[in-house]
Design a binder for this molecule. Structure first.
Ligand SMILES: *Cc1c(COP(=O)(O)O)cnc(C)c1O
Length: 480
């Protein structure tokens, strides 16, 4: 496929800019661009066809089953986008005066109230732009808390090996030393090892729950208690709240700070890498450190932005975060309601368990008693016995019009495939997926030599992933 710069012809264009409604200013030469601006020279027809061609080459939730584990690729109701494109939300400027943006401030205040209720937290900031950014922000709160108390020897964050990979990375970015605690054979935090790991140098503990094995942590109250006893704080990675919303709350489990991924659980499409939102909620003991400004509801019912937060860790993003993602999340919460949210989680867990139990006699499923919203297949034996890898099986799924599950994650399960069907898939879709997964298993075991040739029916086969990672070509070079 040609790039848009390689299409069309010089002089062609489709700019339909309205006449300027502001005075035209003559700029000094030094501010003017010295070389020609390279823009595509295409007509509207060519432009439209270009994007349609691109669209057909990709695969999204609107194309078919997309069970990408740890990503919650659920169907996002279109009403969210109807709300997010209301001119009252899209046509405002972040620097507008508060009297003129009361509606937008109310959206943030309401979303904060509901999400605090859902997580059991007291306050929340919507500034972080993604989950990992939320982790970074939440850990800064923990750091600020210890510093304010003059407790400077706490320089370690404890992270179980079943945590999401971003957890240790975020802790390291904040400047903490990361202490790993192992999991038991059943896939839960080894509580004895945790007891040995805590001490006067423990700043905090990060728990991904459900963990990356798809399991609800077994001894949470004991774990959070051990950390609190040692003077540390508890961080809850709530990116995968899809499994528990409306049913269990991190705030009731002894957690002091939590981040959510609105672009997963609270239904913003996120296939293309953004925009996201990783709000951070915390208990009162950390509220003073939250990013500034904060939205405050005044006694007379109006909203304002408070910049008077001397203990705040400061800004982590321009203005108030990705506001329209918050509009979508609030729409989702209001349209589902308390019972609807709970129902979504129950069905997410039910769908994952249904699929897992249908597949467990065919594939090796290391933790197969029950799972939360996702489950893991290990193809270690298949790899050893037949030379067929998780990648081969994943590529085969593409031929059946299904997106493969997450591959090679979590790291502590060899040849892992991580399947998260989500609540928005019907029983028929799950049954069809089960049929395809079983058929592929049969194909690759009876003809292992053919397994490396998948996919056979897609526009793109197997791109050179190593080449793309090692030598990324991210910029188009003109006139080469
Ligand atoms: C997705 C995810 C993250 C990271 O979120 P991003 O928005 O991709 O930065 C962190 N933790 C868990 C458990 C996740 O699933």
């Amino acid at each position: 496929m040609k790039l848009i710069f390689e299409k069309g012809s010089t002089g062609r264009g489709c700019d339909l800019l309205p006449p300027s409604d502001v005075p035209v200013i003559n700029l000094e030469d030094k501010f003017k661009r010295q070389s020609k601006l390279n823009l595509p020279n295409v007509s509207e027809t060519e432009l439209s066809r270009h994007y349609t061609e691109l669209m057909k080459k990709t695969f999204g939730v609107n194309d078919g089953f997309y069970p990408l584990g740890s990503c919650t690729m659920k169907y996002n109701p279109k009403i969210n986008d109807d709300m997010a494109k209301l001119p009252g939300f899209t046509d405002i400027h972040p620097l507008q005066s508060e009297e003129t943006t009361q509606g937008a401030l109310e959206v943030m205040a309401l979303a904060e109230e509901y999400l605090c209720e859902i997580t059991g937290m007291d306050n929340m900031s919507f500034q972080p732009a993604a989950g990992a950014h939320g982790e970074f922000t939440g850990l800064q709160l923990i750091k600020a808390y210890h510093e304010k108390r003059g407790d400077s020897k706490r320089d370690k964050i404890i992270v179980p090996d079943s945590a999401h990979g971003t957890n240790p990375a975020s802790a390291a970015m904040v400047g903490y030393k990361v202490i790993n605690v192992p999991s038991t054979n059943e896939g839960y935090v080894d509580v004895d090892a945790l007891r040995d790991a805590v001490g006067e140098d423990t700043a905090g503990f990060m728990l991904t729950n459900p963990n990356t094995l798809g399991l609800f942590e077994a001894n949470i109250l004991e774990i959070t208690n051990i950390i609190h006893q040692a003077g540390g704080l508890n961080y809850y990675d709530g990116a995968n709240l899809n499994a528990i919303m409306g049913i269990a709350r991190p705030g009731d489990m002894g957690f002091d700070v939590v981040h959510l991924n609105l672009h997963k659980t609270f239904s913003t499409p996120h296939g293309g890498g953004g925009p996201g939102s990783g709000p951070v909620g915390c208990k009162l003991l950390l509220s003073d450190y939250l990013p500034s400004p904060r939205v405050i509801k005044g006694a007379e019912g109006s909203y304002h932005l408070s910049y008077d937060n001397p203990d705040s860790i400061g800004r982590v993003k321009a203005f108030y975060g990705n506001f329209l993602v918050v509009v979508r999340a609030l729409t989702y919460i209001l349209s589902l309601g308390k019972e609807g949210l709970k129902h979504a989680s129950i069905n997410a867990v039910l769908n994952a368990n249904y699929m897992m139990h249908q597949l467990k006699d065919t594939y090796h499923i290391p933790f197969s008693d029950h799972c939360m919203h996702e489950f893991i297949i290990s193809l270690e034996d298949l790899k050893k016995e037949k030379g067929v890898s998780a990648l081969d099986v994943a590529k085969a799924m593409l031929d059946y019009g299904m997106h493969p599950p997450t591959m090679y994650f979590p790291l502590n399960v060899p040849e892992a495939l991580m399947v998260e069907p989500t609540e928005t898939e019907s029983k028929e879709t799950l049954d069809e997926a089960v049929r395809v997964y079983k058929k592929i298993y049969e194909e690759v075991t009876s003809n292992p030599e053919l397994a490396h040739g998948y996919p056979r029916n897609t526009v793109i086969g197997r791109p050179d992933e190593v080449g793309a990672a090692r030598n990324p070509v991210l910029r188009y070079v003109y006139n080469k």
